[in-house]
Design a protein around this ligand. Structure first.
Ligand SMILES: C[S@@+](CC[C@H](N)C(=O)[O-])C[C@H]1O[C@@H](n2cnc3c(N)ncnc32)[C@H](O)[C@@H]1O
Length: 247
């Protein structure tokens, strides 16, 4: 098994955020993250996650990796939609993972969903150990996105799917101006007001800095995925990327 700094963090017993992304920033907003998600996406975020889960083509008994799991909403959606599947979530933010584990406690999914601290760019799992890998609204935050994609590809069995759900800034089409105004002016203001933190300014910057759908599709192919499909959701506010690990 690969030894990573995430493993070191676990070994010394410290439940600490690991470096390698924006984990520290998410520590600051963890308590209000779910509420802000519902408000800022106008209730759409759970619909987007369900669409992503459907594209994973999960079978009974499958073991799925949820990278950048945050507070575990996607992992729990998988467990809800697929009662015979199990999910391993990882995220570098100790506070986000703690909120997720609190939500799991005593609930229906506690036995099938495990959330741990970890870096998506250095996964602490063997090759081909999952029946699918998924990341929602997370890969935007990775300093090295290609490495993150290569890691998801490495730990997923050949012939199975790697799915990425990510926000995007629609540049053309009927909703482009409204969506851009919303992302640049409304989201940072509501986010800062409700969280009391400046972190929601980062959201607009990271969305704008994310590659185009075509560029990101090419990056997935470079990482070793084939038959990559891109589906825009909600007038292009979100893109769903699905690739298959080469046999
Ligand atoms: C916007 S949240 C998304 C959380 C969750 N997937 C969801 O759908 O709500 C982004 C997450 O990416 C995580 N993240 C940042 N850098 C990362 C890395 N290098 N590896 C894995 N996750 C990372 C953050 O800690 C944060 O929890």
């Amino acid at each position: 098994m690969n030894k990573t700094h995430h493993e070191e963090a676990d070994l010394d017993g410290a439940k600490q955020t690991v470096s390698g992304g924006t984990g520290e920033m998410f520590d600051e907003i963890a308590e209000r993250y779910d509420l802000l998600n519902r408000i800022l996406s106008m209730g759409q975020d759970q619909y987007w996650r369900r669409r992503a889960v459907k594209s994973l083509r999960i079978k009974p008994g499958d073991h799925i990796l949820d990278v950048a799991t945050g507070t575990g909403d996607l992992a729990m959606t998988i467990a809800k939609v697929h009662p015979l599947a199990s999910v391993q979530g990882i995220d570098p933010s100790a506070n986000m993972v703690a909120v997720g584990n609190e939500k799991l406690k005593g609930g229906d999914y506690e036995r099938r969903v495990t959330l741990n601290i970890g870096d998506g760019q250095a996964l602490n799992f063997e090759d081909n150990s999952f029946d699918g890998a998924i990341v929602s609204f997370g890969i935007r935050n990775f300093p090295d996105r290609l490495k993150g994609l290569q890691e998801m590809t490495r730990v997923t069995k050949p012939g199975r799917q790697v799915v990425i759900l990510e926000l995007s800034e629609p540049r053309k089409g009927p909703m482009a101006i409204a969506a851009r105004t919303y992302i640049h002016h409304v989201v940072p203001r509501i986010g800062s007001a409700l969280s009391g933190k400046k972190e929601y300014r980062y959201l607009q910057e990271s969305i704008a800095a994310f590659p185009s759908a075509e560029q990101f599709k090419a990056l997935m192919e470079t990482a070793g995925l084939e038959r990559v499909r891109v589906t825009p959701l909600s007038f292009g506010a979100v893109n769903l990327f699905v690739g298959t690990v080469k046999k």
